[in-house]
Write a new protein. Sequence first.
Length: 416
Amino acid sequence: MIRLFGMVGALALLVMATAGKCWSEPVLPPTPEDVGLSSSQLARIEAMTQKHIEAGLVPGAVMLIARRGKIAWYKTMGFRDRAAKDPMQDDSIFRICSMTKPIVSVAAMMLVEEGKMQIGDPVSKYLPEMGQMKLGIEKNVDGKPALELAEPAREMTVQDLMRHTSGLIYGNRGKSLVNAAYIDAQIGNRNFSTEEFVSKLSKLPLRFSPGDRWEYGVSTDVLGRVVEVVSGKTLGEFLNERILTPLGMSDTGFYVPADKLPRAAQPWQSPEGPPMTPRFDVVQKPRFESGGGGLTSTMDDYLRFAIMLADGGEFAGKRLLGSKTLEFMTSDHVGTRPGRPPGLGFGLGFEVRTSVGDSALPGSLGEYGWAGNAGTLFWIDPKEQLIAIYLVQVNDGDRVMLRNQFRTMVQSAIIN
């Protein structure tokens, strides 16, 4: 198997599927123009990133664009650890946070392909305590807000977990009494086991009846526990056995081993900036293997995963998923339900573009991907035969602007 980026910094370029073949010999395109990208526009991305590094918005970045089967542009810039003045490296390890979700969603669909579960199954079939959850309805009682508990219209399904229509939320993404209950219960604490996490969660109210709307939350963490129950393995064991090892993702895991710590990318901010958002300690092996946001990874590793997706479930002759399964996963499963931005639907683990003009971001119908809380981003555009990956470790206040800027500038680089 070809190692994409070695410790010596050599860049090997892999040819992806173009005519039914997953791989061919590495070929270095003489210029980005050979794959329909503008060198001058890509230089603007590099210059803007350098400006952000100098301003303290970004300590460092690893960025990649692959198109038409070739890695057309790749940049490693700034610092892995700015405080230590340690430069960023090709193989630096990042907290990918919610870019964990697509990996765990693929794991769940492997079990579906094996006939061990269906996405229409109620979650309570595997996690009985989740079937006892009540709907939290906020009412005014004697001039004060109070929660009234009621039966949801229906049970949540595995599909609800995968497309975020479960009624489960993130506590810090709202001000309701249900959000406050999540915060008080410390949902997401890495000191809980995955089983303990589900047990605590099941005692909280749902924000809405499953299926009624889209709202981002801890659904994929619950999905990770479903994977454990169905497979009989811990989530980490299942991911290693079925996805990470077959793809050669040797630097991806729920913590960074001691011998790899010198490669861990660290967040940084200028002294004048707002308080840094806490980031989980990559040194500690967590009890809670968060399917929603707990993995660390590298550019090399995540590119392998992305190529597998782009190639319809196959990587270097190894098939992880059927092509029709991936087609199903990357279709919109939200429809007209409220909650998603205009033009952007959601599939089984991925954001999916449903129209070109409704969103404020440029892109193609059918492109899919997702982002991470620490600023990471990836997407795959089948129409343009493009994969783009952006790895940084930044603060909450800057991540959306930086990701949107990168995405817009990459789209602007496509010239034919």
